[in-house]
Each structure stands twice: as C-alpha cells, then as structure tokens.
Design a protein around this ligand. Structure first.
Ligand code: NAD
Ligand code: UDP
Ligand code: UDP
Length: 317
C-alpha cells in the first residue's frame, strides 16, 4: 500500500485527451495522485468522467501556453492537438502549445525538480528517407508546409527538453510515439483508424486518401501506455528519445479491408486526394525500447481493432 508520504504527485497535461485519459487511469490504478491539466481543445470531460470520483484525481482547466505553478514529482507533457485536421485548424496555436507549452512545463520541472516526460512523435521524422526509422535518423521535414506547425513544433520541443537537460540538469524522458489507436479516440478527429471504423459501422464509403499504398504501423493504446511507464521509471540515464510503436506495418488499403471484414460492413472503398506532405511510409525500429526498457508491443492489430470497434459501436448506434 502506498501511503501519503510516499505517494507520487503526477501532472498529466492533455490528460483529458485520448492518450492522456488512459495514462491518468493507469497512474491512478497504481496509487499515484494525478493532476490533469487540459484546455479541452480536442479532449473531453467524457474521457475522464469515470475518474472524477477518485479522491486522488484532480482536474484543472488551463492552457499550457500560460505559466502554471504546482508542486509535483513527475510531469507527463501530452498537451497538443495530434490529428492533422485539429493541429491544422489553428496552426499558430499548435506551435505555441508545443513551444511555449514546453517552456512552461520545463520551467516548472526545473523549479520543483520534477522528472519530466515529453510526448514527441514519429512526425519528427517527416516523410522519412530511411526505413524503418531509428532514433538516430534526423528526419525529412518540410519546414513551411501545412504539417510543419506540428512537426517543427514537436522538434523544437525536443530541442528545449535536451537544452533544459544539458543547461539546468532537468531529468527528462522523450518518447517518439508512432500511430496509436484504441477506445476514446475522438471520432471527429479524422484519423484513419477512427474514420474507417465509424464509416464501416455506418455502411458509409471508406475514404482512402491517395491510392492507399502509403503505410503506417499501428500500436494499441495499452501497449503504448506500458511503454510510457517503463520509460518514466527507467534509470535517469535513459533520457531517450525512444521510439514506442508497433512495427507491424500495413498499407492504408489493407487497413480498410481488415476493418470492412471485421465489422461485416457493406461499405465500399472510395479514393480521395492525398493530403500535401502525407508521409509515404512509417515503421518504428524499436530496438532501443526493447534493449533499454525491455518493452515491446503485445497486442496485434486485429485484437486491438476488435476492442476499438466494440468501443465505437457504443458511440455509433
Ligand atoms: P488528443 O487530441 O486526444 O489529446 C491532446 C489533449 O491535449 C487534448 O485533451 C487537448 O484538449 C489538450 N490540449 C491541446 N492543447 C492544449 C493546451 N494548449 N493546453 C492544455 N491542453 C491542451 O491527442 P492524443 O492522441 O491523446 O495525443 C496526446 C499526445 O501524444 C500529443 O502530444 C500528441 O502529439 C502525441 N502523439 C499522439 C499520437 C497518436 O497516434 N495518438 C502519435 C504521436 C504523438
Ligand atoms: N514557469 C511556470 N511554472 C513554474 C516555473 C516556471 O509556468 O513553476 C514558467 C515561467 O513562466 C517561465 C517558463 O516557465 O516563463 C520558463 O522558466 P525558466 O525558469 O526556465 O525561465 P525564466 O523564468 O528564467 O524566464
Ligand atoms: N487516411 C486515409 N483516410 C482517412 C484518414 C486518413 O486514407 O479517412 C490516411 C492519411 O492520408 C495517412 C494515413 O491514413 O496516409 C494516416 O493518417 P492519420 O491522420 O491517421 O495519421 P498520420 O498521417 O498523422 O500518420
């Protein structure tokens, strides 16, 4: 049993989002006190309603672009819109969230000597010229394109994390997250897994952008959260960046076919224009996560999709 004196106080920014809500749940279940900070830009109270009755859980509505003063032991910085339609809705705010947000949470970590974790992304690799992607690859990002607000914002946040680490000795962890799916994905955010499942459940056309030959590697949310915890609990020398993702690589067309088959849908596949700068392929090299964290994904695509389809069935009647 954890008692008051040994209980950790953990701040989760973006805690009302898809990944943040699963992380809050996981931290509470191991006995931590959790403060969730969120401005509800893309997150929702519904995602954390089931946690509100827990006396160790606290929610603060706040935009991390502005300073915040709290006393905590650990910080997970997840606040940032993550899907292209949301991060491109207000690109300037996206950059501010990544950059000003990182400065504020790093300033907080420095003041209270908290360990701090950054949710970075495979998007730092851009449209990768190296495949699969290792952490040592510096990436291929268009700095002025429509995805840049997200990609470059996240790259600058990584820079800030490593500079606060080198300059002030802040204890940092940086994870590069590859495409993740599961219950509590926002059905409106246009990501491929949620779009396809919702379209299939409604027998509406499945929208493939381009010819569907581009690839992604999809990680189930529980596997990802396990990787977060292992990285945060690793020795202080393990700063990252560490890729966390599922190396199982699928074309978008394959994903559409699997979803149609698993839902028994009558949907047809239609092709829509490929968005600008859409990466052609993406697959994590997870050697570092295996060696440093003894982590690897355990939930194959079909099993994770089954749980995700069940979740969307409760929303899409
Ligand atoms: P999400 O949109 O569901 O969650 C982001 C949360 O941050 C939301 O609750 C949103 O309201 C909140 N937020 C946004 N701007 C904020 C601000 N200025 N101040 C306070 N709160 C703010 O997205 P997600 O999929 O849960 O992603 C979480 C993190 O993981 C993000 O940083 C994202 O970049 C990263 N990530 C996610 C994926 C993925 O596949 N889901 C992949 C790579 C990286
Ligand atoms: N900051 C914060 N909470 C804290 C400490 C700092 O939000 O508990 C913010 C602060 O507003 C500052 C930023 O973090 O703008 C960076 O802090 P740092 O100490 O690095 O910079 P300085 O205060 O010297 O500008
Ligand atoms: N995509 C698609 N149909 C959709 C939504 C997305 O074909 O309805 C494609 C998109 O063009 C991209 C891939 O699926 O090639 C993954 O898109 P998502 O927005 O989920 O993630 P990201 O592009 O950030 O990896």
């Amino acid at each position: 049993m954890t008692n008051m004196s040994t209980r950790k106080r953990v701040l989760v920014t973006g805690g009302a989002g898809f990944l943040g809500s699963h992380l809050c749940e996981r931290l509470l279940s191991r006995g931590d006190e959790v403060i969730c900070v969120d401005n509800y830009f893309t997150g929702a109270r519904d995602n954390i309603l089931h946690l509100l009755a827990n006396p160790r859980f606290e929610v603060i509505r706040h935009d991390i672009c502005f300073p915040l003063y709290l006393e905590v032991d650990e910080i997970f910085n997840l606040a940032c819109p993550a899907s292209p339609i949301h991060y491109q809705f207000d690109p300037v705010q996206t950059v501010k969230t990544s950059v000003h947000g990182a400065i504020n949470v790093l300033g907080l970590a420095k003041r209270v000597k908290a360990k701090i974790f950054q949710a970075s992304t495979s998007e730092v690799y851009g449209d990768p010229a190296v495949h699969p992607q290792q952490e040592s690859y510096w990436g291929n990002v268009n700095p002025i394109g429509p995805r840049a607000c997200y990609d470059e914002g996240k790259r600058c946040a990584e820079t800030l994390f490593f500079d606060y680490h080198r300059q002030y000795g802040v204890n940092i962890r940086v994870v590069r997250i590859f495409n993740t799916y599961g219950p509590r994905m926002n059905p409106q955010d246009g990501r491929v897994v949620s779009n396809f499942i919702v379209q299939a459940l409604q027998d509406k056309p499945i929208t493939i952008y381009g010819d569907g030959s581009q690839t992604r590697s999809f990680c189930y949310v529980d596997d990802l959260i396990e990787g977060f915890i292992k990285l945060m609990d690793a020795p202080d020398t393990v700063t990252g960046p560490v890729n966390i993702g599922n190396p199982g690589e699928f074309t978008i067309r394959q994903l559409a076919e699997i979803v149609i088959e698993m839902t028994g849908s009558r949907s047809e596949i239609v092709q829509m224009p490929l968005p600008q700068d859409d990466p052609l392929q993406r697959r994590p090299d997870i050697t570092k996560a295996r060696e440093l964290l003894d982590w690897q994904p355990t939930i194959p695509l079909r099993q994770g999709l089954e749980r995700t389809i069940d979740y969307f069935k409760t929303l899409v009647a």
